[in-house]
Design a protein around this ligand. Structure first.
Ligand code: NAD
Length: 475
């Protein structure tokens, strides 16, 4: 299939050329350039801001029926265009087609859920004496600046666009420059479903320039960011200068507690698939495997056996289970983190090297006995590497799970019902999976605590994050 032309989508118009700087979009499976992406200049950003202000004044007056019709219409178009969208995502990001198709359907579920939620943005009436009235209403916060990364090229833009649109906000989306066509494809579904062009726009640029420009504008009332903790902290400071509302979905370092009484085969089948999904470039990826000593040897052996069967290849090719990493930066990070761990005493059980000379392929990797002093035990690896260590008992396992400042997703495998509840309560995380890797859903808040961020996407919470409350008192 051919890769589409790229542009900025400002005020309903496709904007490109005109001497703008460009960024080369690369297919990570081959290293070949797919297309040149125009980058926004200051005038483009000002045009997008002016349109977003207009779009907000229009969209905040829309009815739930109008918003729901757009969201449901876009969901229908995504189903029709599933194959085309999935292929674009695989071409520019590398994940397998099967994973990209799932991403489209996650957006479909979310948009349909949000369509229903537009009718449930309730306020409340307070109890007052006769003749007086006090009500609390919810209103859209205003134009939103949303920053979406490349790891879920379809899903991240879907989240960033869906919630503001459902809430009655306008939104300027800066999706990743590495995966622009997927983001433009999702926006086009909304526009084709009737969304006015000034309500949602997509721009690309030099990230630091774009975020400084948008966040210094008083037009923007909320910032939503998904990405690394370090960039998130920087953007939160910029947003604070103007007291803008923020939703921050940042990094993680997912602990997975495997207890002696776990259903080991089921746990292994689930966590190995979860670990190498999207080549480990997932914020909720299971990363630190904290294994009780009684099952440590069996768990490690079973894990490595399953990893041996993972077929690494171009995501467009049938049979590939794991695609390339999304960019050369991730390969460098893998070499650095794994090299450092081995140097500090970790045992390389399998993998630990790049594959081939073309594209950004890295072997699925397992390290055991990695000391806590290794960088990889403290820094989000964001790649296809599992860290498997042995611990004496539940107390030591919980201590290790909560050791890091991250708190996004955590997982535990145990058949003891009392322990399931104890562990779920003790772990500091925004999402906990007990005997499951499924920790999200369109109706469920997705977000973290501590350095993993604040606020949530998806669920009623996702829309609530785009609303402000107003109390109205009548005497
Ligand atoms: P990065 O931190 O430079 O970029 C992450 C994302 O933030 C990208 O989409 C980038 O365009 C954007 N970004 C960077 N600087 C920005 C700025 N000043 N203003 C606005 N946006 C900005 O790193 P990267 O190399 O792309 O990814 C590396 C790390 O990012 C990973 O190790 C991982 O920890 C994290 N990450 C997290 C997620 C997530 O889902 N939470 C997704 C992608 C990357």
């Amino acid at each position: 299939m051919t890769y589409p032309d790229l542009y900025l989508m400002i005020d309903g118009q496709r904007v490109a050329g005109g001497g703008r700087r460009t960024h080369s979009v690369v297919n990570p499976a081959t290293g070949e350039t797919l297309a040149e992406l125009p980058l926004a200049d200051a005038a483009d950003l000002d045009a997008a801001l002016a349109a977003a202000q207009r779009g907000f004044l229009r969209w905040r007056e829309s009815t739930p029926q109008e918003r729901a019709a757009v969201l449901q219409g876009a969901a229908r178009l995504m189903v029709e265009r599933q194959e085309q969208l999935a292929r674009i995502a695989t071409l520019e990001q590398g994940k397998t087609l099967a994973e990209a198709r799932i991403e489209v359907m996650m957006n479909v579920g979310l948009f349909n859920f949000y369509a229903g939620e537009t009718f449930r943005l309730y306020g409340r009436a307070l109890v007052r004496p006769a003749g007086q009235r006090s009500t609390v209403t919810k209103e859209p916060v205003g134009p939103v600046a949303a920053f979406a990364p490349w790891n879920f090229p379809l899903g991240n833009p879907g989240r960033k666009l869906g919630a503001p649109i459902a809430a009655g906000c306008s939104v300027i989306l800066k999706a990743a420059e590495e995966t622009p066509a997927s983001a433009l494809g999702i926006l086009q579904c909304l526009i084709d479903a009737g969304l006015p062009g000034d309500v949602a726009q997509a721009i690309f640029g030099v990230p630091d320039e774009v975020s400084r420009h948008l966040l210094s504008s008083p037009i923007i009332r909320k910032m939503s960011f998904t990405g690394s903790t370090s960039v998130g902290k920087h953007l939160a400071k910029l947003a604070a200068e103007d007291c803008k509302r923020t939703t921050m979905e940042l990094g993680g370092h997912g602990p997975v507690l495997i207890f002696n009484d776990a259903d080991l085969n089921r746990a292994l089948d689930t966590v190995v698939a979860g670990k190498y999904r999207n080549a480990g470039q997932v914020c909720v990826s299971p990363t630190r495997f904290i294994v009780e000593s009684g099952v440590y040897d069996r768990f490690l052996t079973g894990f490595v056996e399953r990893v041996e069967n993972i077929v690494v290849g171009d995501g467009l090719v049938d049979g590939s289970v794991m695609g390339p990493m999304a960019n050369a930066r991730r390969l460098d990070a893998m070499d650095r983190l794994i090299g450092d761990a081995v140097e500090k005493g970790a045992r390389l059980e399998i993998g630990g090297a790049r594959i081939g000379n073309a594209g950004y392929f890295y072997a699925p990797t397992v390290l055991s006995g990695t000391p806590l002093t290794a960088a990889i035990m403290n820094e989000e690896p964001f790649g296809p590497v599992a860290l498997i260590n042995s611990f004496a008992d539940e107390a030591a396992m919980i201590t290790e799970a909560n050791r890091l400042p991250y708190g996004l997703a955590a997982y535990a495998w145990t058949s003891d019902a009392a322990r399931q509840r104890r562990v779920a309560r003790a772990i500091e995380a925004g999402m906990v999976g007990i005997n499951t890797a499924m920790i999200g859903g369109s109706d469920s808040p997705f977000g973290g605590v501590k350095w993993s961020g604040h606020g949530a996407e998806d669920g009623p919470e996702g829309i609530d994050a785009c609303l402000v409350t107003k109390a109205i008192h009548e005497g």
